[in-house]
Design a binder for this molecule. Structure first.
Ligand code: NOJ
Length: 514
């Protein structure tokens, strides 16, 4: 486990929308450099940046045309290397986004692979061996290349699947994991990783990490074999490089070699119930003031996974990401404060999606770069009340996406001045997290009070007791096995430790040393 993950708090940057330094309407590496001190000051010491490679941008850069070249719109490879150096100068770390399962159809490997003449890349992607018979169980494209075959897709139409093989090949065109062509794909991926690690990045967030081997088993044992091999390379040559998977099955991802796995927002899963549970117009999210859900609806599923992996890896909670509707769409500021206080005091490495710290809003916008309903969560960062909210000096019509033009659009500058703002609450929670060893260590979570019929709950992190009442009514927690708080370390709303009980005011959160 890289040492720096012990206390890493991540900030996710969607580079298109963070800060434009050259006035062309789109964010860039130099803009990120300008804002590193802001990120550090917020309390984050690590960054995950979404794909920044050369791409036709049909899926916001998750359609990579050249893994080793940055997209000109963000800057050159040298600019990115300078960003790495600026990050390190501040004692911070940065993960790039690695897209191992597919490339853009414009990648030169795919161009070569599509040719009828056999060549080095013919089997770099998964092709059938005739143009007519559809590959069962896969999305595919037929009739577009001169080659006599059909290729399968990993996600959108523009993203042909790289060939890492089939767990148990059944058809003539399906190759085994140890086929030289599939081994070559894996080696090419390792080569890309080494390229950026040697250039100074600190590891990778891995896109669709479970998608490599086709017709894999339930346990994804084929895909796991590949990641274990990659982890071996990291352990031997880059022991401080970190890997976080987009998988949402830590019980598989961590043994497969990842240091961290994300708890993702999937409709109806435990994480989704925290902030985004809206059905038939009713908001029943755990952190919604008027919901009737108990935190047990989250902890049941979460703890089962956490307990399995807590000694080996981190299960990471996020405020949101570039694929989810921002939580501010469902929760108001007082609800968000409690939700974030919870997320940021849990084990694992928390991830804050840019703009969530000020409650930036989700808006329904026309799709941009394959974003569809995700587009509204990808709008320009709102820094201040200058032109384009301080994101860019370009004409409004030239911006990557329109900025939030509403009168009361939240901004960093506005919230810095207000001591009760969401931004200052996030800062206060992170300052505490960063100063308390008990809030860093992974394996010291214990749920000490939660009831089906009760909205107040309490959990321990080492010697700290954390109490939360997301409801709009006072809650009294009487439990003889709850320790008495000796010192209040943090509070939102009003919490009180009395003999034998804790009294939690409406919408409150307290942290006590015990
Ligand atoms: C997951 C990424 O987070 C998403 O944005 C992308 O569209 C797909 N993977 C395909 O790469």
């Amino acid at each position: 486990m890289p040492k720096w993950l012990k206390d890493a708090v991540f900030y996710e940057i969607y580079p298109q929308s963070f800060k434009d330094s050259n006035g062309d309407g789109i964010g860039d590496f130099n803009g990120i450099i300008e804002k590193l001190d802001y990120i550090k000051d917020l309390g984050c010491n690590a960054i995950w940046m979404n794909p920044c490679y050369d791409s036709p941008f049909r899926d916001a850069g998750y359609d990579v045309r050249d893994y080793k070249k940055t997209a000109a719109r963000y800057g050159s490879n040298e600019d990115l290397i300078r960003l790495f150096a600026e990050v390190h100068k501040r004692d911070m770390h940065i993960l790039l986004d690695l897209v191992p399962g597919h490339t853009s159809e414009e990648h030169e490997w795919f161009q070569a692979s599509s040719k009828p003449e056999p060549n080095e890349y013919s089997d770099r992607y998964v092709w059938t061996d005739d143009w007519f018979h559809a590959p069962e169980g896969f999305n595919y494209v037929a009739g577009e290349s001169l080659r006599n075959g059909i290729y399968i897709l990993n996600f959108f139409k523009c993203q042909p699947a790289l060939n890492y093989g089939f767990l148990k090949p059944e058809k003539s065109w399906q190759k085994g994991l140890d086929d030289p062509a599939c081994v070559a794909t894996k080696e090419a991926l390792k080569d890309v990783m080494r390229f950026w690690l040697d250039a100074g990045c600190d590891g990778f967030r891995v896109d669709m990490a479970d998608s490599l081997v086709k017709k894999d088993d339930e346990k994804k044992s084929g895909t796991a074999m590949i990641w274990k091999d990659i982890r071996k390379m990291l352990d031997e040559s880059y022991p401080e490089a970190a890997l976080v998977s987009e998988w949402n099955r830590p019980e598989l991802a961590i043994p497969a070699g990842f240091h961290m796995d994300f708890n993702l927002d999937w409709v109806g899963n435990a994480y989704n119930l925290l902030m985004r549970d809206v059905q038939d117009g009713r908001n029943n999210s755990i952190f919604h003031k008027d919901s009737d859900r108990s935190i047990l609806d989250f902890f049941g599923e979460y703890l089962e996974k956490y307990e399995v992996i807590k000694e080996q890896g981190h299960y990471c909670l996020i405020t949101g990401n570039h694929d989810t509707i921002r939580a501010s769409y469902y929760l108001d500021v007082s609800e968000l404060k409690l939700a974030y206080a919870f997320l940021l005091t849990m084990p694992g490495n928390p991830f804050i999606y840019y703009g969530d710290e000020i409650g930036m809003r989700y808006r329904e916008l026309a799709s941009k770069e394959g974003g569809y309903t995700r587009t509204g969560s990808r709008t320009p960062m709102q820094w201040d009340d200058s032109v384009n909210c301080g994101f860019s000096t370009a004409a409004a019509a030239d911006l990557y996406l329109p900025v939030d033009g509403s009168e009361d659009a939240p901004t960093v500058a506005g919230q810095e001045k207000d001591k009760d703002s969401l931004l200052n609450t996030v800062k206060a929670v992170l300052a505490l997290r960063n100063s308390e060893d008990d809030l860093k260590e992974n394996a010291n979570l214990k749920l000490v009070y939660a009831r089906k019929e009760d909205r107040g709950f309490a959990y321990r992190r080492g010697n700290l007791l954390l109490l939360c009442n997301p409801s709009g009514k006072e809650v009294v927690i009487e439990a003889k096995d709850l320790p008495a708080g000796t010192e209040k370390r943090f509070e939102i709303g009003k919490t009180e430790c009395q003999t034998g009980k804790y009294v939690l005011g409406a919408q409150s959160f307290g942290i006590y040393a015990c």
